[in-house]
Design a protein around this ligand. Structure first.
Ligand code: BJW
Length: 228
């Protein structure tokens, strides 16, 4: 890593799997337990808000009983020790990167501990249950929703992400299936800009052949070994 000046890291559900958080597409994962169309689309929320609020209340509650694992901690160490530019992008809505010690995390698919007001678009901290439909702390309208990015919605901070991908010299993807765009396309953007690309995953992702190098194994072993 000596000659590397700018790194972009993308993480997915696999980095939190060993902390005890379900991934989406594994056997027994969240999409086997719930229909995507019902719980992860704006149309599903409009049809049955209580079902969706229960789903996210349940996942927010689950955060209280999990801890960051050595993969989160290794990325926090990298942030502290790397002298160049580092952008850590996560698709995860959990807070395990922050609790593992990372100070700067870009949550492109939102956060479980945040609410979004559909009236005034304010994002506010959220720690309790949402099923009680409390009002927005700013405009007082009863229009809060989970501050997460559903299918058909625009992920957060895409301009900043593409800018970093255009200028990085190393792109590392950790624990993501490569099934969901635009994140699945980041490897191509980084390669087009001339970056070296590395995948760390339990199994090869859908876009695995796009990477210069793939290392297979659990994130709790692979990530500390890569950072060391
Ligand atoms: C381990 C491990 C261990 C396990 N160690 N590894 C046709 C073509 C192209 C695109 C589209 C298309 N039709 C529709 C689209 C767009 C659509 C899309 O991608 N659909 C696909 C299904 C095809 N995308 C969107 O709608 C997005 N918005 C959009 O495109 O806007 C327009 C736009 C235009 C131009 C530029 C930019 C934007 C929005 C997508 C929103 C996704 N939302 C969710 C829910 C978030 C809230 C929540 O958490 O509930 O995000 S869906 C879900 O999938 C979640 C995740 O962040 C995301 C990715 O999942 P992830 O993290 O990869 O998890 P898994 O389970 O899939 O994989 C786990 C991986 O871990 C596996 O690889 C395992 O091997 C590994 N693993 N244990 C290491 N111990």
């Amino acid at each position: 890593m000596a000659a590397t000046r700018s790194i972009v890291i993308l993480t997915g559900a696999g980095i939190s799997a060993e902390s005890g958080i379900d991934t989406f597409r594994s056997a027994g994962g969240l999409w086997e337990q719930h229909r995507v169309e019902d719980v992860a689309t704006p149309e599903g929320f409009a049809r049955n808000p209580n079902l969706v609020l229960n789903f996210y209340d349940m996942r927010r509650a689950a955060l209280a009983v999990v801890e960051p694992n050595p993969a989160h901690e290794a990325l926090a160490r990298l942030e502290r020790e790397f002298a160049g530019e580092l952008l850590l992008i996560t698709q995860n809505v959990d807070d395990l990167h922050e609790r593992g010690g990372s100070a700067r995390v870009l949550h492109m698919h939102g956060e479980l501990k945040s609410a979004l007001c559909q009236s005034c678009e304010t994002r506010s901290p959220w720690h309790g249950t949402m099923i009680e439909r409390p009002p927005c702390p700013v405009c007082r309208a009863p229009t809060l929703r989970p501050d997460v990015v559903w299918f058909g919605e625009m992920p957060y901070q895409m301009g900043r992400i593409y800018q970093a991908l255009e200028t990085c010299d190393l792109f590392v993807s950790i624990g993501t299936s490569g099934a969901v765009y635009p994140a699945a396309g980041f490897v191509q953007e980084a390669r087009a800009a001339g970056a070296r690309t590395l995948e760390l995953n339990l199994e090869p992702s859908e876009g695995s052949r796009m990477f210069h190098e793939t290392r297979l194994g659990p994130a709790s072993a692979l990530v500390p070994a890569w950072v060391a």
